[in-house]
Design a protein around this ligand. Structure first.
Ligand SMILES: Nc1ncnc2c1ncn2[C@@H]1O[C@H](COP(=O)(O)OP(=O)(O)OP(=O)(O)O)[C@@H](O)[C@H]1O
Ligand SMILES: [Mg+2]
Length: 277
C-alpha cells in the first residue's frame, strides 16, 4: 500500500479503548505537526462525536455526508466528499480530518456478498490519502463482519488495545488468528503490529500476568511500553469530546503518554513496513 501508513485499531472485545486510542493518537499526531485522516468505520460513530467532526445537523443530510453513503458504491477517492475537520479547534482542526461514521454503516452488511465489496473503503480512499501523514481507521467491536473486512483490506497495520483481563487478551489472540487465517483473502500485506495495554493497574498481580500473556501472543517487542491507566481525565475526554491537553494536569499527563505511545507506534510501524517492502 502506498504511503501514508494506514493503521486500523481493532479488536472484537467491546469497550477496550479502540476509539480512546484513536483520540489519543490523532491528538498526538496533530500536536507533532502530522496531518491525520480518521476513518470512522463503527456504526456507533463514537469517534465522529468525540472529535467533534463538523457534520450536518439534519438527519437525512447527515447520512448523505457520512461513510454509510460513500461505501454503498464508491468511486475512486469518493471519501473526499464527506471529509470534515475535527471541531476541537486550533492545530487539531487544522490537522485532524474525519470521515464520519453513521448508524447505517450496519446496513452495508446486506451487500457484503457483491464482487469486490470488501474493497470499497480502499477504493473510496484512493488518491485522497496523499494529503495526509497517517490514516487511522476506527473499527467496530467485531471480528467477522463486512465492515471489518473493509477496514482490514484498506490497512497496512493493525493495533489491538487490550485490557489486562482474560476476555480482552483472548480477543486479542483471536484478532491475530483471524489475520493469519484470512490475510491472503483480504490483504496479503496486512500485519498485526502490536498491542496497547489500557486500564493498567500496576499494583495488581493479575494485570501483570495478563500483560505477560499479551507479550506471549506475538512477542514482547509487540507490546507498547506505554500502558494507559484508568483515569477520570481519560473518561472525561471522551464524554465531553475534548482533547486531553485541555483537561488539566491529569489530562496533560495523558496527552504526554499519548505522544509517547504514538512515537513508539510510529517507530515500530516503520520497522514493520520497511521489513515488508
Ligand atoms: N484508560 C481509561 N480510563 C478511563 N476511561 C477509559 C479509559 N479507556 C477508555 N475509557 C472509557 O471507556 C469507554 C470505552 O472506551 P472506548 O469507547 O474507547 O472503547 P471502544 O473499544 O472503542 O468501545 P467499542 O467497542 O464500543 O467501540 C469510553 O467511555 C472511554 O472514554
Ligand atoms: Mg469504539
Amino acid at each position: 500500500m502506498a504511503a501514508p501508513p494506514h493503521w486500523a485499531i481493532a479488536t472484537h472485545k467491546g469497550g477496550t479503548g479502540k476509539s480512546k486510542l484513536i483520540e489519543l493518537i490523532a491528538a498526538a499526531a496533530a500536536e507533532k505537526g502530522d496531518r491525520v485522516l480518521v476513518v470512522d468505520m463503527d456504526a456507533q460513530a463514537n469517534i465522529t462525536r468525540r472529535l467533534r467532526a463538523q457534520i450536518p445537523a439534519e438527519p437525512a443530510e447527515r447520512r448523505q455526508s457520512s461513510l454509510a453513503s460513500v461505501l454503498e458504491r464508491p468511486g475512486k477517492g469518493e471519501i473526499a466528499r464527506v471529509l470534515v475537520p475535527s471541531g476541537w479547534g486550533g492545530v487539531y482542526s487544522e490537522r485532524i480530518t474525519v470521515a464520519p461514521g453513521h448508524l447505517d454503516l450496519e446496513l452495508l452488511a446486506l451487500t457484503a456478498g457483491q464482487p469486490s465489496s470488501s474493497r470499497r473503503l480502499l477504493t473510496a480512499l484512493a488518491g485522497v490519502v496523499d494529503d495526509f501523514d497517517l490514516v487511522l481507521i476506527d473499527c467496530p467491536p467485531n471480528l467477522l463482519s463486512h465492515l471489518i473486512d473493509n477496514a482490514w483490506t484498506a490497512s497496512d497495520l493493525l493495533w489491538v488495545p487490550v485490557e489486562p483481563e482474560f476476555d480482552a487478551v483472548e480477543a486479542a489472540r483471536r484478532v491475530v488468528e483471524r489475520v493469519e487465517r484470512d490475510r491472503d483473502l483480504l490483504n496479503p500485506d496486512l500485519a498485526v503490529a502490536g498491542f496497547v495495554i489500557n486500564r493498567f493497574r500496576s499494583q495488581l498481580t493479575l494485570h501483570k500476568q495478563r500483560a505477560e500473556e499479551t507479550a506471549g501472543i506475538i512477542s514482547p517487542a509487540a507490546v507498547c511500553p506505554v500502558r494507559f491507566p484508568e483515569l477520570v481525565a481519560l473518561k472525561n475526554g471522551s464524554e465531553f469530546a475534548q482533547p486531553m491537553s485541555e483537561l488539566g494536569t491529569e489530562g496533560r499527563a495523558m496527552a504526554t503518554l499519548g505522544a509517547d505511545a504514538y512515537a513508539w507506534m510510529t517507530t515500530r510501524g516503520q520497522m514493520l513496513m520497511g521489513a515488508a517492502a
